[in-house]
Design a protein around this ligand. Structure first.
Ligand SMILES: Cc1ncc(C[n+]2csc(CCOP(=O)(O)OP(=O)(O)O)c2C)c(N)n1
Length: 186
């Protein structure tokens, strides 16, 4: 299913995430904009500002999550960076740490180096890739409220994959029903 999300502001979402962290959760900021937005969302001793290497945010976060299983850990990564290290998704799925959440800011760009398009601007779907790697709870955030709902789930859920939920995609739900009713061409 093609994603159906609204364009959102990365700094605003980072700020919404950080404002929900009340238990010294760790946040690993990826290279570039993910990092700068984390910095600007307010300094916390539990923030790790990973500078330099694309794709290392999720592996570092995995290490923190395994070392401190009682602490919730968030990785903030750009789409270009996660695309460079897709194998880490399969490793994370295999290890299956219940306390780790990876947030990918998918702008379809290598923005910080000149806004060259990434593969997600063409055909790749990061959420489908993550699901295929075995991370069953992967989901698109369709808007800011949906993002907060997913953060709450990460903070208060038990990390187990939920039973299938209706995707929050009003237009595709309506279109599918209309096709089922024969009032819209297949
Ligand atoms: C292994 C590696 N290759 C290339 C670079 C140069 N580089 C730094 S940031 C960046 C683009 C990052 O794109 P993305 O992760 O999508 O984040 P955005 O800039 O869109 O926020 C590139 C190519 C690097 N730092 N490390």
């Amino acid at each position: 299913m093609k994603r159906n999300t609204k364009m959102m502001n990365r700094l605003e979402l980072t700020t919404r995430l950080v404002s929900k962290l009340k238990n010294e959760e760790a946040v690993i900021g990826g290279i570039g904009n993910s990092n700068f937005d984390l910095w600007n969302a307010g300094r916390r001793p539990q923030n790790f500002y990973m500078l330099g290497s694309m794709g290392l945010t999720a592996p570092i976060a995995l290490g923190v999550a395994l070392a401190q299983p009682k602490r919730r850990v968030f990785a903030l990564e750009g789409d270009g960076s996660i695309l460079m290290q897709l194998g880490s998704l399969a490793t994370i799925a295999a290890v299956n740490p219940r306390n780790l959440t990876i947030i990918v800011w998918d702008n379809g760009l290598y923005q910080i180096t000149g806004s060259q398009p990434t593969a997600t601007a063409a055909a790749a779907d990061v959420v489908e890739i993550a699901r295929g790697a075995g991370i069953a709870q992967s989901a698109w955030a369709s808007d800011e409220e949906d993002f907060e709902r997913l953060v709450e789930r990460a903070l208060h859920g038990d990390g187990k994959a939920p039973a299938a939920q209706t995707p929050r995609e009003p237009v595709s739900i309506k279109d599918a029903f209309m096709r089922g009713m024969g009032t819209k061409p297949a």
